[in-house]
Design a protein around this ligand. Structure first.
Ligand code: MTE
Length: 309
């Protein structure tokens, strides 16, 4: 079992990925020899921390997670992102953090990660659209970053934008969506510990098609809220624009909480098909808030979820 631990290492101290995989194997070997308890600091540095929110359900394979995607910047087919996203340059990368914050600025990815005082955290979370997957994300709480930049009291929402770079994002040469892709969360949703910024999956950097180098994951909401390849995070007072809500407001609301009781105007949202269960696998009932009701239902106490869909 991974154990919870802390030290003063930063993400910037993380071992490069090839070494990481090797050392993991060494760790596994060390464990087998029952000398894990005296692991050297270099080995300890890659010990993983499992989120308390991780599910016990079996994760989907890397192949499944990285070959069936929605990322319209690279095309509208589920296979297009895997085919076309390889050309995206993700290093260097910076994120503008602005609006109602104490320390606005352009933050390099390394800088963002150096503010996260643990080297790696694994979240095995369910994600749901009409289909569902369990993904072992590597990430950290969005709240950690927001607290670091200092959210001002007047901020009520967080707004996110994806990169616009048509030279590398062929889908952006067409007005399928109004670019940039944008999303928003209410501040309390954004500060919830289940809301993470993911930088990897399966202990590796994020594949580009999954939103490298930094994407949002909000597991109790439909997948489209989980915006990829983020370059702007703004703290704002008014409810911000969100891509699908702008495009088809009667079908996609701002909240987009997973809710089997509220149908999409054109289809039922009561069940989902699990990716990896085989092409003709039976659908399974979708759970309220995607199974995270105990954690997040309180955020919506007293709200009419048929109205605020
Ligand atoms: N982010 C951007 N920038 N562009 C997109 O088209 N698609 C969304 C979301 N984030 C999308 C995006 C949708 S509809 C889904 S279901 C998820 O990404 C899919 O994430 P995955 O491919 O990692 O499973």
């Amino acid at each position: 079992m991974p154990k919870r631990w802390t030290n003063d290492l930063n993400w910037s101290d993380v071992t490069p990925r090839a070494d990481f995989m090797n050392r993991r194997q060494i760790m596994a070997g060390a464990g087998a020899l029952a000398i894990g308890a005296i692991a050297a600091p270099a080995l300890a540095a890659i010990e993983t921390v499992e989120s308390r929110y991780s599910t016990d359900e079996t994760p989907n394979t890397l192949e499944e997670i990285s070959s069936y995607n929605n990322f319209y910047e690279f095309g509208t087919g589920k296979g297009d992102p895997a085919k076309n996203a390889g050309a995206l340059t993700t290093d260097p990368w910076s994120v503008a953090i602005d609006g109602l914050v104490d320390k606005p600025g352009n933050y390099g990815l390394g800088d963002i990660l150096s503010g996260v005082t643990m080297e790696e955290r694994i979240y095995r979370l369910r994600c749901v659209e009409a289909w569902s997957m369990v993904v072992p994300w590597v990430g950290f709480e969005l709240a950690t970053l927001l607290n670091r930049v200092g959210v001002q009291p007047s901020a009520k929402y967080v707004y996110f934008e994806t990169l616009v770079r048509p030279e590398e994002m062929p889908g952006q040469r067409y007005p399928m969506l109004e670019w940039p892709y944008r999303e928003g969360l209410r501040l309390d949703e954004a500060m919830h510990p289940l809301t993470i910024l993911a930088t990897g999956l399966y202990g590796e950097e994020l594949p580009n098609q999954n939103g490298a180098p930094l994407r949002l994951v909000v597991p109790w909401k439909y997948g489209f809220k989980s915006i990829k390849s983020i370059v702007r995070i703004s703290l704002v007072e008014e409810q911000p624009q969100a891509t699908w809500n702008m495009l088809i407001p009667n079908e996609y609301g701002f909240y987009s909480n997973v809710n089997p009781e509220v149908d999409h105007p054109r289809w039922s949202q009561a069940s989902e098909r699990k990716i990896g269960g085989g092409l003709f696998s039976a659908k399974v009932p979708t759970r309220m808030f995607n199974g995270y009701a105990d954690e997040v239902a309180g955020l919506y106490a007293g709200m009419d979820l048929a109205k605020y869909y």
